[in-house]
Design a protein. Sequence first.
Length: 570
Amino acid sequence: MPYNAPLTEYRFLLDHIVGFDQVAATETYADASPDTVEAILSEAAKLAQTVLAPLQRPGDLHPAKLENGVVRTSPGFAEGYRAIVEGGWVSIAANPEFGGMGLPMTLTTAVNEMMGSACLSLQLNPLMTQGQIEALEHHASDEIKALYIPKLISGEWCGTMNLTEAQAGSDVGALRSKAEPNGNGTYDITGQKIYISWGDNDFSENVCHLVLARLPDGVAGTKGISLFLVPKFIPDDQGNVGAANSLSVVSLEHKMGLHGSPTAVMQYDGATGWLIGEPHKGMAAMFTMMNNARLGVGVQGISVAEGAYQHALAYAMERKQGKTPMAGNDAISGHADVRRMLATMKAEVFSARAIALACAVAIDMAKATGSPEWKARAALLTPITKAFGTDTGIAVADMGIQVHGGMGFIEETGAAQYLRDVRVTAIYEGTNGIQAMDLVGRKMMDKGEAAFRLIEEIESNAHGVRAQYPDMAAAVWDAAESLREATEGLIAQEMNDRFAGAVAYQQAFARVLGSHYHLCAAMAEGKDGPRTALARVAIKRLLPQHKALLAQVSLGAEGLYALSDADLLA
Ligand SMILES: Cc1cc2nc3c(=O)[nH]c(=O)nc-3n(C[C@H](O)[C@H](O)[C@H](O)COP(=O)(O)OP(=O)(O)OC[C@H]3O[C@@H](n4cnc5c(N)ncnc54)[C@H](O)[C@@H]3O)c2cc1C
């Protein structure tokens, strides 16, 4: 499907909204000069527009297949993957010591978004590899790093993550896969993993699985889990692939969408694996990959929202139905309700993208400076980015269908594919409910310090422009103040009360934060132009939702358990 990369938007956000200049000013990211940023973004845009976008539809129509134990990918995917690899796009953030470019996560975020808008199911493949590279960089032995990371960065080998088992989904600690030491530094891995994205393919020389399993002395629950690297083909010291490992793809799932991405049931039958990190510390090591993937999956939601918006806008500009009140526009885009949908879609994409880029900036600043404040900011923003990015992807794709009317329900327009593809992003990498629980639980263990610091910034910014933008600044300040009060209340609650209001709290936080960035956009524009008009849509029409959401936060679990199981069944 046609796609135009929003390059002007990225430049605006980097230059005026999320403070990318701080990242580029650090020694770690000294190479991220304006020229480099320009070159990276425009080259990635070319790849997305010309090579990957044409694969979106074939991937949907011709899902990956399992033939005699071998995964056959969708038509054109092998060529698309080769183009990603040849352009060096698998992991532009990876460490130069291993052949990476060492560029900021902020740029990776923009590049991933473009690749995801163009073809989400193929983009999921390098996204998994990116996470694996980061996990190995942090936790693997020097030998493993030297052997595997260059191959993963070059794209010769792909990476996957294997957590989920039939009885262990959100509750990873319930996993049963076993690891037996062989006495020679390797381990025999046995068990079955389900829903493994890109569990195999027919275009990379090797597939490296990061697998969670339990050692014989591992206690029950998450504290007894270790992480292992289990390659499809066992390499020699020089990185030449050798014998096939004892693992196989049992089947591929038949899914609602994302058809081009093979989602595999993987069987490990005493497969040879190498321990990554300390025994029994597998969850901590896997979290490096998961945090990377959580930002990445949030960005997938934005990818789809952007694609669905462009697609719906093109249709709304052409389709004619009845008379509109707009002079010179007799297409449906001139009707107030269609205009509402288009404006909402655009405003939401802006908010979600600004939040994701701000999260990436915090990750880069944390890495470059080691500052605990930046680390805490990145940790706070990660679940918000994941959940709001993917919620936005779903809501915008849904609105895109509505803009199309009946044609939105007819597969040939492609509007439905956006919604079918993006739906899973709110489920995988930890459901959005689990993200919200992370936000109100683990991310508030600092008694809300990181949250209060961010809220304070929002309030002080809004306060500073009260005279210039009285209507918008006052609304943002008031909303931030309500969020501050709700955060104080939340911290005083019992954990299950927090959990009951967690999704509402996370959504309200994203609303306030998104409106803050809209206000910043109006300030950067400095006059009443399109960004200010869009900011008014976000702040006057969407931000008021925070009140209803925060009202739920203060309720806690009250009344939810008043409905017994029998009541629910009645
Ligand atoms: C297409 C696809 C690709 C995937 N790719 C991968 C992959 O590459 N690697 C991998 O390891 N896994 C992968 N997954 C698995 C995915 O991460 C899980 O589906 C997800 O974590 C949820 O687990 P579950 O499906 O078992 O749902 P469950 O855990 O059974 O959850 C069901 C519902 O209960 C809620 N819930 C569960 N526990 C709690 C709790 N404690 N408190 C509140 N609510 C709770 C959930 O939020 C959800 O709404 C993939 C899944 C899909 C569908």
